[in-house]
Design a protein around this ligand. Structure first.
Ligand code: FAD
Length: 401
């Protein structure tokens, strides 16, 4: 079997693989992207990049590509508790990076980023399913391309095949999982009557519901319903769409928003439990995006983390000719920022999604503490992992100090 050689191979051409391919091809690396799907469909994935991820997209030079694919800025963030609006926030002046949320349609975004990677010189093979990987000094992947099995070799192979994909196990990484807490249902809807330069977030702590709406323009929104596993149902398939709308309205969404709403894609529900790999590099193989760390989708951090991975790995590879050293340096930095996001997500879940008397008392304590001192609330999920968090940060967040 003939083997073709590259500097970098990415297994997967999602936002992670496509972005890394573009930025490294621009720097002169020979890059191959092996992407299983020939055509991208709505897989109910993330379509809102938080302000700290928007800053990463700009730094990587992919922000304009995302906008050209139909993406848009949502400078405002409106928070509601039940039906009452509790915050109306201009993210472009109040978030640490002073950026907006970027909303886009995921399949088109993937297409445009892959096209941009091809324009930068990357070799893109769609409909190419990777079957296995061999780590080591000269790592290789085996892929099914045009009905034949083909082996490819690279200086560095990147696992970018998403949250449930097997690359990380094939490559011998130990995958860690949180116990389950929440479920996240997502649906694309047309004809939704809502202010469309704004991300909308409704919290209903009594019911353990967190509803999100990210407008994509012309009445189209990506909506998510996040709820506790204990509720005992999953919102999946056409038959569950009325229940999706019902739960959204229970959470606080005004009925009038959905008066003429029509589904524009599939409805699917995912486990919120995070999965990740500590130190996502060894022996010529690195993991980026959801393959390296798939956070709880409830908190919308996946795309921002993905873009941070791409930037940190790019800078490490450009900064050191020894790519083994560069790979380890990326992995160390990855662990630092992933841990901050992961810790804060677990705290937010405990504080905002748990129901019952004890949870209500915890919220009363925390909200009173936040009123006294806004810094206790933490802005990590919009502003990014700017500084480390510890036990004291946690106590301040819960109003226990
Ligand atoms: C319900 C839900 C809601 C979310 N909401 C948000 C949000 O609002 N904001 C946010 O920031 N993040 C959100 N996320 C997370 C976000 O979708 C992910 O972080 C992001 O998609 C990760 O990109 P990726 O490229 O790493 O993986 P993926 O998007 O999964 O892409 C992986 C690619 O690899 C390909 N592939 C898989 N196996 C193979 C193989 N064997 N060979 C070749 N190719 C292969 C796949 O076809 C796919 O194209 C959400 C996730 C979910 C599930």
């Amino acid at each position: 079997m003939a083997t073709t050689s590259y500097d970098i191979i990415t297994v997967g051409g999602g936002i992670a693989g496509a972005s890394l391919a573009k930025v490294m091809a621009e720097k002169g690396a020979s890059v191959l992207v092996l992407e299983r799907d020939a055509v991208f469909r709505d897989r109910v994935r993330g379509e809102a990049i938080m302000p700290w991820g928007t800053a990463e997209a700009k730094e990587l030079g992919i922000y304009d590509t995302i906008l050209a694919s139909g993406g848009r800025d949502l400078p405002w963030w409106d928070g509601y508790v039940g039906a009452h609006r509790t915050s109306h926030r201009d993210l472009t002046s109040t978030s640490y990076p002073k950026e907006a949320v970027t909303a886009f349609y995921h399949p088109t975004g993937q297409d445009w980023l892959l096209r941009a990677a091809a324009e930068a010189g990357a070799d893109i093979r769609k409909g190419a399913r990777v079957l296995g990987v061999k780590t080591g000094k000269e790592p290789t992947v085996l892929a099914q391309v045009d009905g034949a099995e083909v082996e490819f070799r690279a200086r560095l192979i990147i696992g970018a095949d998403g949250r449930d994909a097997p690359f990380r196990s094939w490559a011998g990484f130990l995958v860690q999982h949180d116990p389950g807490h929440t479920l996240v249902a997502g649906l694309l809807l047309d004809n939704v009557h809502v202010v469309d330069d704004t991300s909308h977030a409704w919290l209903n702590p009594e019911l353990g519901l967190w509803i999100l709406m990210f407008p994509q323009g012309d009445g189209r929104i990506r909506g998510y319903v996040c709820y506790g596993e204990a509720a005992g149902f999953r919102l999946t398939g056409e038959g569950s769409i009325p229940r999706f709308l019902e739960e959204s309205i229970k959470g606080g969404v005004p009925e009038s928003h959905y008066a003429k709403a029509e589904p524009a894609g599939p409805l699917a529900t995912f486990d919120g439990a995070a999965s990740w790999v500590d130190h996502p590099y060894h022996d010529g193989v690195a993991l980026i995006g959801a393959a390296g760390g798939a956070p709880d989708p409830t908190w919308g951090q996946g795309l921002s983390l993905t873009l941070r991975d791409v930037r940190v790995l790019r800078d490490a590879l450009l900064g050191d000719d020894n790519w083994d050293v560069a790979g380890h340096s990326y992995a160390e930095e990855h662990d630092r920022y992933y841990k901050i996001i992961h810790d804060v997500e677990l705290w937010e879940t405990q504080l905002l999604m748990e129901t019952g008397e004890e949870a209500d008392a915890r919220r009363t304590r925390a909200f009173a503490a936040w009123k006294e001192d806004r810094t206790k609330q933490l802005d990590v999920l919009l502003s990014g992992p700017v500084s480390d968090v510890d036990e004291r940060t946690k106590m301040r967040f819960f109003g226990d100090e």
